[in-house]
Design a protein around this ligand. Structure first.
Ligand SMILES: C[S@@+](CC[C@H](N)C(=O)[O-])C[C@H]1O[C@@H](n2cnc3c(N)ncnc32)[C@H](O)[C@@H]1O
Length: 232
């Protein structure tokens, strides 16, 4: 549950981000408390079968969904698929719950905690893709171990994403961009899809906006968009 687990799994670094922001307004709190239990992944989730009310064609994972607008837009555009979002920041989880209720989305399930706590128990090749949008950059060299795309995360995603599935990442931060690109390019289990600069400079039409993306654009920072395919 949110805020309970302060340790990282398997001896890894703990989650260093914020777990709470300003207090939820009473109606947000009530919506969150009423709706979240039915939307949450079970603590001991070991299979994605039966997780959604329908039998999803494909299942995608968003790591660190922030306010949830990207995940909600994807879920609305592809009702035949299932979407899992992981986010330890309580206010972000409350925001996604609001999107789910307002947009009446039946194809999102939430893990309101550190994503690393569930990945090792999921079956091989259960995901058609994963999204890491505008991850915390942790720009200082001494904090590099906190960046989300570590070798251990690549190992997990390489096991969980099925052959020819996608790994999509974006960032507006120079150090984070270089890190994401270098880490993924150094891994022959993932193949970068770019063939021209526009492929990483222009937001693909089917990548919905995120809150950080909007902030970056407003403040004049150019995001980069990286799409990798999991090799067979
Ligand atoms: C800079 S924010 C970006 C949020 C959102 N993707 C966007 O573009 O608006 C990064 C998010 O990643 C989340 N995050 C960091 N480490 C995580 C982890 N281990 N598991 C799940 N989420 C994580 C943070 O809580 C934060 O909300």
């Amino acid at each position: 549950m949110v805020g309970v687990n302060q340790k990282g799994p398997n001896g890894e670094l703990p989650f260093y981000g914020r777990r709470r922001g300003r207090p939820l307004r009473p109606h947000q709190k009530q919506q969150f408390e009423t709706a979240l239990p039915a939307l949450s992944l079970p603590q001991d989730v070991a299979s994605l079968t039966g997780l959604f009310p329908h039998d999803p064609k494909d299942i995608y994972l968003e790591i660190g969904f922030g306010g949830g607008e990207h995940l909600a837009a994807l879920a609305e555009a592809s009702p035949q698929d299932g979407f899992i979002g992981a986010e330890p920041f309580l206010n972000g989880v409350a925001s996604l719950v609001r999107h789910i209720e307002e947009q009446q989305l039946g194809n999102i399930r939430i893990w309101p905690d550190d994503v690393r706590l569930i990945l090792d128990q999921l079956p091989d090749h259960c995901l058609a893709g994963a999204y890491i949008m505008f991850p915390d950059p942790w720009p200082k060299r001494r904090h590099a171990g906190r960046r989300i795309l570590q070798q251990s995360m690549r190992d997990r995603l390489a096991r969980l994403i099925r052959p020819h599935g996608v790994l999509r990442m974006a960032s507006d931060h120079a150090i984070a961009k270089s890190w994401l690109l270098a880490e993924a390019m150094a891994d022959d289990r993932f193949t970068w899809q770019a063939t021209s600069p526009d492929d990483w400079r222009q937001r693909p039409a089917n990548w919905p906006k995120t809150r950080y993306m909007a902030k970056a654009e407003k403040e004049g920072r150019a995001p980069s968009w990286f799409e990798f395919i999991k090799t067979a």
